[in-house]
Design a protein around this ligand. Structure first.
Ligand code: B16
Ligand code: MG
Length: 217
């Protein structure tokens, strides 16, 4: 039967977390806030606005809305500068093969991301045509772990949430998929993503026979 396969972007399809980190680090440095790779884990799957608040909380910094808006703009301009040269080589291992397989099997394919820069990233990496539906940070009001982004994607595909499968690298995203009543597949560390129905260290470990069972069950 036809299922909805919903993919997170950052951390599942591409490794843009490293660019988010570089851009946030510049903002943090300017404010004398210590911002490490461990801190960056807290920002995965989290919206841009909420990410800035988390960084300011780390440094105990109070700021006006005007200043925050300025830093949000600076962060995004800097982040976009890292994406200029992005191409298909930045697609994470295993993903292209899965997308091709799902297309051959006539399955619904959606993006469910918190990012407002999702479309240009899918265009630059040359995989946008695989996606029947794109739901990103421009389309939702409630951030993960709220299930809004995934429910919207399934709805646009006209597929019941219980027939949807979500690929996620963040804890908040796995929780969102579980709350939505979808099958959750964690891509990353077992210790971090233990709430997921299935966990794979990276997408190269996802076999076609496994996807086949997701389609038929
Ligand atoms: P932007 P995802 C999320 O994307 C990232 O994980 C998160 O680190 C980022 O802050 C958020 O997108 C917003 O991104 O600034 O481009 O709107 O993992 O949900 O695909
Ligand atoms: Mg992610």
């Amino acid at each position: 039967s036809k299922k909805a396969f919903i993919f997170d972007l950052d951390g599942v399809i591409v490794d843009t977390a490293k660019y988010h980190f570089l851009a946030w680090q510049k903002i943090a440095q300017a404010l004398n806030i210590n911002f490490t790779h461990e801190h960056n884990e807290l920002l995965k799957g989290v919206s841009r606005v909420r990410s800035l608040d988390i960084i300011l909380e780390l440094g105990n910094v109070q700021a006006s809305q005007e200043d925050k808006d300025k830093w949000l703009l600076q962060k995004n301009e800097d982040y976009l500068s890292y994406l200029v040269d992005m191409n298909e080589s930045e697609i994470l291992p295993g993903i292209s093969k899965i997308l091709k397989f799902l297309k051959e099997k006539n399955q619904g394919i959606a993006l469910g991301s918190a990012s407002k820069n999702a479309r240009p990233i899918l265009e630059k990496t040359g995989i946008i045509s695989y996606f029947d539906v794109i739901v990103d940070g421009n389309d939702v009001t409630n951030a993960k772990p709220d299930p809004e982004v995934f429910l919207k994607a399934a709805q646009l595909l006209h597929i019941d949430p219980k027939n949807a499968i979500v690929f996620e690298d963040s804890v908040a995203g796995i929780q969102a998929a579980n709350i939505a009543g979808m099958v959750s597949i964690g891509i990353g560390e077992e210790g971090i993503l233990h709430e997921a129905n299935y966990i794979f260290k990276d997408s190269t470990f996802i076999e076609e026979s496994f996807i086949e069972t997701l389609i038929t069950n």
